[in-house]
Design a binder for this molecule. Structure first.
Ligand code: NAD
Length: 104
């Protein structure tokens, strides 16, 4: 788990995921190992979601200094089977998500 690697180096972690239960499970694992972490729900394709995630993180730990922007969508189907909807979701998650997360 990448978040765990940061925690082992002493970082306080905000685990953000589309699925809150996954984010909270990862945060719990970090806490169980002695680290400090919160889990928040975030759809990386939504700019207001980023604002909320950053606000929750700053409230818990102070200013954000590292971003690991690695949300991904991958349907693992052949090119012929890939629909336009799948294509847009992959690009939206990886490209738009990275754009919005990196933007001040
Ligand atoms: N695992 C690999 O070997 C590998 C290799 C090269 C590149 N990558 C890329 O690295 C990224 C992460 O890969 P991974 O193996 O950790 O994938 P993963 O599927 O294990 O994790 C991706 C996470 O992103 C979350 N997510 C999906 N859509 C989201 C959204 N809109 N907002 C917030 N969270 C969302 C998922 O819930 C999941 O927890 C992907 O972009 C993937 O294509 C992975």
């Amino acid at each position: 788990m990448r978040a765990g690697s940061f925690a082992r180096e002493g970082a306080c972690i905000c685990v953000a995921d589309l699925y809150l239960d996954k984010a909270e499970d990862a945060a719990s694992d970090i806490a169980a190992g002695g680290g400090r972490a919160i889990g928040v729900q975030l759809d990386v394709q939504r700019s207001n979601g980023w604002a909320n995630a950053v606000a929750e993180t700053e409230q818990a730990f102070g200013p954000v200094s590292i971003l690991c922007n690695n949300a991904g969508a991958d349907f693992r189907v052949s090119f012929d089977e890939q629909t336009e909807e799948m294509w847009n979701l992959v690009l939206g998650t990886i490209l738009t998500g990275s754009f919005l997360g990196t933007k001040p």
